[in-house]
Design a protein around this ligand. Structure first.
Ligand SMILES: C[S@@+](CC[C@H](N)C(=O)[O-])C[C@H]1O[C@@H](n2cnc3c(N)ncnc32)[C@H](O)[C@@H]1O
Length: 264
């Protein structure tokens, strides 16, 4: 367990706005994630762990998918865990917890789920092998990360370019899908499911997620050193315009790599 005073290390922050961004992200990816979970889970699922659960939106999706299972959500952010607890219903439980350090509380899990977590972890191979050891014998570890993002929208292209560079500067990778595939084959992992699922997202929702995220990373030292305030303000303003637009047109596809691993 973490001390409450320890700082979270999540690059995109844990403010109320970051919480709202994750709520929108959960809504956008709910159909593709739910289908993945349904297809990739194996056997009877009685105990589920949501690794890096954030404010608990992914945990709620897991609880909906497995109504008779106990679900626990673990996150390094005290703020996010408080938010998850405030909306908690059913038997889900949430704990402040560094998933790269401590063994998770409770019995071995039948299903562990990590959506957009590994991209924030400096040693993804080490984390995967550790998590596998906390699974039940026939349990599954489900992972979702971006394989790539396709868009020709100039505002989204510029935003993604800054994000990619910023994350690379702190040894994180926005497009971790290919690396997980490599880790799986070089470590000889038992991969039960491996698909890249295209998720077409409306420009309005994309602009909403990106705009909320900029609020957090505009003060990142890499951004401050490499991009003028005018450039950042102009991306914000263009995203605001897209967010306020009518209709559900889309010029962006998130290709999400979805993998499920077993213990042996
Ligand atoms: C992009 S969010 C994903 C939240 C959630 N899985 C979802 O899909 O809605 C990544 C989360 O991982 C958490 N996180 C990052 N490093 C962590 C660590 N070492 N241990 C636990 N949580 C961590 C962050 O605090 C953040 O809530």
């Amino acid at each position: 367990m973490l001390l409450l005073s320890e700082e979270p290390r999540y690059a995109f922050g844990d403010s109320t706005l970051a919480d709202r961004r994750l709520a929108l992200l959960a809504q956008v990816f709910e159909p593709s994630s739910s289908e993945f979970i349904r297809k990739a889970a194996a056997g009877t699922v009685g105990h589920v762990i949501d690794l890096g659960c954030g404010p608990g939106y992914s945990s709620q999706m897991l609880a909906n998918a497995f109504p008779s299972a106990s679900v626990i959500g673990l996150d390094i952010s005290e703020q996010f865990i408080r938010s998850a607890q405030s909306r908690q219903h059913g038997s889900s439980k949430f704990y402040i917890h560094d998933v790269t350090n401590d063994p998770p509380p409770g019995p071995p899990a039948n299903l562990m789920y990590a959506r957009y977590l590994l991209t924030h972890i400096s040693d993804p191979a080490g984390a995967i092998s550790r998590w596998l050891s906390f699974l039940s014998r026939d349990g599954r570890l489900l992972i979702e990360e971006n394989q790539n993002i396709e868009t020709e929208n100039p505002v989204f292209v510029e935003y993604l370019d800054i994000m990619t560079r910023m994350l690379a500067g702190q040894s994180n990778n926005l497009y971790l899908g290919p690396s997980i595939g490599e880790i799986a084959s070089s470590a000889g992992l038992n991969c039960a499911f491996d698909h890249v699922t295209p998720v077409r997202v409306s420009d309005r929702d994309t602009a909403g997620m990106f705009r909320m995220n900029i609020e957090t990373w505009q003060h990142n030292p890499f951004v401050v050193e490499n991009y003028s305030h005018e450039i950042v303000l102009s991306i914000m303003s263009l995203l605001d315009q897209i967010r306020a637009s009518e209709g559900d047109s889309s010029s962006i596809t998130f290709n999400v790599r979805q993998l499920a691993f077993g213990r042996e």
